[in-house]
Design a protein around this ligand. Structure first.
Ligand code: GTP
Ligand code: SPV
Ligand code: MN
Length: 593
């Protein structure tokens, strides 16, 4: 039962033959991207219980899937960058020499698809017709992966046609995924940047298995970007339309589960809506950045869907995300309401279902204090369903950026917002990012760690070289976006967030855009430019100027401690750390003295 190949592309067919010879599937099925085929696969997946059909009136076209209990997040300790030289992976990545890794993995993949079907998914990151599109093929034995890739990327015959017509039809990313036994001890997420290859085994969870996302669009793409003169970043992209109808674009990098999806589709406060402000979503997780012929930096969202965090999403915090996932959506690891066959998660509303199964599929009693949904439960929804999707969402050249924003979860150190003095200082600001860890990756939650540009788990090469690439790009952008840092997560002595966040973040975005266009002033501080408290609009918000002042304070004592931590972090990079970063750190320490 081997499908005829959908292409005469020799490189593609030879590689698939090789992978099939190793994994030995009973059948090979080519994914052509048609609704008929996807429908048939859904039926098959329903029959095995891999997915569960939800209420067709309330959630048409929606399904629920549960992963294995030991397989609910990215696994950074089992993620590898296998470049030929260890130095090219750098101190922040796990590394094994490729020959050794291939040998080990061949052992695990050997015959692992016996009795199973191998699906061949041709996919494109960015619209395949875009000059910036990159093509890949993912081989997988999971229908869940096929159905998710069909939402998250552009797939099928259309992609093969573009690959075959491209300058180099043998240039495609080779992604191999096998569930094998979902064995934690033998779980590997491995990138081979020099081979443009990704091998993932023993997982069935999102970021580990949807190979177009973190593995390709960030790890491999960041490596390609450095060689080809562009950047792949863990950034949302949004447009702010002002009352004159002008749209200005911002890209923002926050670590996993730190607010990208929420900011990307925020709804402005009433007072802004009345004036005519609108926010348009271009992307919620990944941005590919290139210098345009006009000397500006342009951003493309390479994805076609959202793989968003479910808990905390509700009609108040993020109505646009909720409205995006009311149809044609796959929910993973949320609670199942058996009364009306819908889904529920913590923070959806105040009415947890009385007759329900938790994310593990066990009978769930919400009164016992246990969670119904896993903290890293997700929805996979087509971006086209977002009520505020940008008209430029599929623009082949992307959108021009006026500002870049970094941010993370910091209880005390980072102020609500500050601006870097220039591009190079902005690179420094990105490089010193730190954030409390979240449930998006396995391991402890709430521990502060350094996460430069929110790329620590996603940079496909030596991070010292990555910093150098940022400086390099700055020299090539005649009219660079201004660079900022934000922190929505300062807490009071009781651990409560001080800043209301979500839609109210619009007030900070307004300051950022005004600064980017030189339309408002700022105060100098040891870390960069801060807003004067009266420069942030608080109309209609129940927050005092004094509280805002507190949110904008820079505690020099804390920052001196911070500088020590940065110096220690920088020391990891040895001679690969650009001297400019050391110089910036010296001036920060001087400013704090
Ligand atoms: P990934 O998909 O893992 O990359 O995450 P993300 O960066 O897109 O994060 P997301 O927007 O899904 O938010 C993650 C969590 O942060 C959710 O539980 C949100 O409710 C919470 N969150 C988002 N924005 C804010 C905010 O402005 N303030 C506060 N306090 N919490 C927020
Ligand atoms: C993240 O962890 O940053 C995500 C989810 O966006 S995953 O696809 O699992 O990487
Ligand atoms: Mn992410």
């Amino acid at each position: 039962m081997f499908d005829l190949s959908l292409t005469s592309n020799k490189a593609v067919n030879a590689w698939i033959d090789e992978m099939a010879a190793m994994t030995k599937p009973d059948a090979i099925v080519w994914i052509d991207g048609s609704e008929e085929q996807l429908g048939a696969l859904r039926k098959e997946s329903l029959a095995t219980g891999e997915i569960i059909a939800l209420n067709p009136e309330k959630l048409p076209g929606c399904f629920l899937h549960r992963t294995a209990v030991n397989d609910v997040a990215r696994v950074e300790h089992r993620t590898f960058i296998c470049s030929r030289k260890e130095e090219d992976a750098g101190p922040t990545n796990n590394w094994t020499n490729p020959a050794e890794m291939y040998a080990k993995l061949r052992g695990l993949y050997g015959g692992c698809m016996k009795g199973r079907t191998m699906y061949v998914i041709p996919f494109s990151m960015a619209v395949p017709e875009s000059p910036f599109a990159k093509f890949g093929i993912e081989l997988t034995d999971s229908i869940y992966v096929v159905l998710n890739m069909a939402i998250m990327t552009r797939i099928g015959a259309r992609v093969l046609k573009c690959l075959d017509a491209s300058v180099n039809p043998s240039d495609f990313t080779k992604g191999l995924h096998a569930k094998a036994g979902i064995d934690e001890e033998n779980r590997y997420i491995v990138q081979f940047p020099e081979d443009n290859a990704i091998w993932s085994i023993n997982s069935g969870y999102g970021g580990n298995v949807l190979l177009g996302k973190k593995c390709f669009a960030l790890r491999i793409a960041s490596y390609l970007g450095r060689q080809e003169g562009w950047m792949a970043e863990h950034m949302l992209i949004l447009g702010i339309e002002n009352p004159n109808g002008e749209i200005r674009y911002i890209a923002a990098a926050f670590p996993s589960a730190c607010g990208k999806t929420n900011l990307a589709m925020l709804i402005p406060p009433e007072s802004y809506k009345k004036k005519g402000y609108k926010v348009w979503c271009v992307g919620d997780d990944i941005a590919w950045l290139r210098v345009g012929s006009d000397g500006r930096l342009w951003a493309v969202n390479p994805e076609a869907g959202f793989f968003g965090v479910a808990p905390g999403t509700n009609m108040k915090s993020n109505p646009n995300a909720l409205l995006s996932c009311r149809e044609n959506t796959i929910f993973t690891n949320v609670a199942h309401n058996l009364d009306d066959n819908t889904v529920w998660w913590e923070g959806l509303d105040k009415n947890p279902p009385k007759n329900a199964l938790n994310w593990k599929g066990e009978k769930w009693d919400y009164t016992d204090g246990s969670k119904g949904a896993h903290p890293n439960s997700r929805f996979t929804a087509p971006a086209s369903q977002c009520p505020c999707i940008s008209g430029e969402f599929e623009a082949p050249q992307g959108v021009p950026l006026s500002a870049l924003v970094f941010g993370g979860r910091r209880a005390r150190t980072a102020p609500l917002v500050y601006q870097s003095r220039d591009w190079d200082h902005g690179v420094f600001v990105g490089s010193i990012m730190a954030s409390e860890t979240t449930a998006a990756a396995s391991g402890a939650v709430g521990v502060v760690r350094r996460d430069p540009m929110a790329m620590l788990p996603f940079c496909g090469y030596h991070m010292g070289d990555y910093f150098a690439h940022w400086f390099d790009m700055g020299r090539r952008i005649a009219n660079p976006p201004k660079i900022f840092n934000v922190n929505w997560f300062r807490t009071d002595e009781n651990g409560n967030f001080i800043w209301p966040g979500y839609g109210e973040n619009m007030r900070v975005l307004e300051w950022i855009i005004k600064r980017a266009f030189g339309e408002t002033g700022a105060a100098e501080s040891p870390i960069g430019y801060l807003p004067q408290p009266e420069d942030i609009n608080l109309d209609g918000l129940d927050l005092s100027r004094d509280t805002l002042k507190e949110l904008l304070t820079v505690d020099k004592e804390l920052w001196r401690e911070e500088a020590k931590g940065i110096r220690e972090f920088y020391s990891k990079f040895g001679g690969k750390l650009p001297q400019k970063l050391n110089d910036e750190l010296d001036s920060l320490e001087k400013n704090l003295a």
